[in-house]
Design a protein. Structure first.
Length: 384
């Protein structure tokens, strides 16, 4: 397979419109119920609004609404806002750090696009829930588990994508406490989650006195390997941090994480689930990682001086072009996603993962693919 060609403007429009029609086809199935994190034989099961991933599907609905201004998408998105409002008020499985993944695409997007006050209030309550997990000793947001428990005194690389919710909450309320915690967590993450070569740990454990402990790659193949989605969170999360803070360390982290990611890519620019492997290993791909990194590259194009970003845009267009040409779902049926060959959780001899969503559609993969297309199609105001 040769290196993919950059996707053209015409191809972007066609791919985005195709994605919108798949979202439309799925509305009856996932408006009163939520979409589960990954497909099973190509079809997403429905679920209650209790997974950490439930925010991505409403994010697709809002992207479809932005593309079409069709009231059916607006109505479905606001129906899901009601569900997310109930979830945060009733504290349904919110004792973790994924409030940004849940409430930014589901409720911040809804508020930005419609002015809906219930969406605003739910997102601010979610930001309050997120900062309740901040550990002053060590200055990090604890990922999950009983607060202060030694075995759970840790954070993970994914949390960088939850922090925009806090910056938004400070902007919206005028209270700097949210952004202050986001900045402190980011500094801790950049100091510990990124290895000297720019690769990342999935998890980093802190000692109870607040000093650094050790890193692990719990969702990758092994502790010293390179979990592709974690690397992608590091790329996108660090450039988002730079947008909000203008901290040169965040920009440097973005460049180092991206440089490492690029050294491990196969020819079609879509990595295996752990970047220790190449496709000839037989290990499954993770298309969601390519979609996430493409969004990070396009965020850099949006906020950095134009003379610095030509290569970033070319890379993003090649990555999205590869996804559209080789990974996009071809046959639209109710319940399927947008891109194939994602990996949620792959068990290895060295990790503790439960195997699910292997070589399937993933809800975040679909969302970030659609976000990348939207970024390429228009001057998009990010939800993050």
């Amino acid at each position: 397979m040769s290196r993919p060609l950059p996707i053209t403007g015409e191809q972007v429009g066609a791919a985005l419109d195709k994605a919108v029609e798949q979202v439309r086809l799925n509305l009856p199935k996932y408006t009163k119920k939520c979409q589960n994190h990954s497909s099973v034989k190509g079809i997403y099961p429905t679920c209650k609004n209790d997974e950490w991933t439930c925010g991505f599907w409403p994010g697709e609905i809002w992207l479809a609404y932005e593309r079409t201004h069709d009231g059916a998408f607006r109505e479905a998105g606001l129906t899901l806002v009601d569900s997310f409002d109930r979830r945060i008020r009733r504290k349904v499985k919110v004792a973790h750090h994924d409030m940004g993944f849940l409430y930014t695409p589901a409720c911040v997007a809804a508020y930005k696009l419609t002015g809906d006050q219930k969406a605003r209030e739910a997102a601010i309550l979610a930001a309050d829930q997120l900062i309740s997990r901040f550990q002053p000793k060590g200055e990090f947001i604890q990922a999950w588990g009983r607060m202060g428990s030694p075995i759970n005194y840790r954070f993970i690389i994914d949390c960088l994508l939850n922090l925009p919710l806090l910056y938004w909450a400070s902007q919206e309320t005028g209270d700097g406490k949210y952004a202050g915690i986001a900045k402190r967590h980011t500094a801790t993450c950049m100091a510990n989650s990124f290895r000297p070569d720019g690769s990342t740990f999935h998890t980093f454990y802190m000692k109870k006195d607040g000093s650094p402990g050790h890193g692990r790659t719990c969702q990758g193949y092994q502790d010293d390997s390179f979990w592709a989605r974690g690397q992608a969170w590091g790329v996108y999360g660090s450039i988002l941090s730079y947008r909000y803070t203008k901290d040169p360390a965040a920009l440097d982290t973005f460049k180092r994480a991206l440089a490492f990611y690029l050294t491990r890519l196969p020819e079609d620019l879509v990595p295996c689930w752990d970047m220790l492997f190449q496709p000839d290993s037989g290990e499954p791909r993770d298309s969601s990682s390519a979609a996430i990194v493409a969004c990070g590259l396009l965020e850099a194009v949006r906020i950095l001086p134009r003379e610095e970003t030509g290569e970033y845009e070319r890379l993003a267009r090649e990555m999205v072009g590869s996804l559209a040409a080789n990974y996009a779902v071809e046959t639209p049926v109710e319940g399927t996603g947008l891109i194939l060959h994602g990996t949620y959780s792959k068990k290895s001899p060295y990790n503790t993962c439960f195997p699910e969503g292997v070589d399937e559609c993933t809800s975040w993969g679909d969302f970030y693919y659609m976000e990348a297309l939207t970024r390429l199609a228009e001057d998009w105001d990010p939800y993050w």
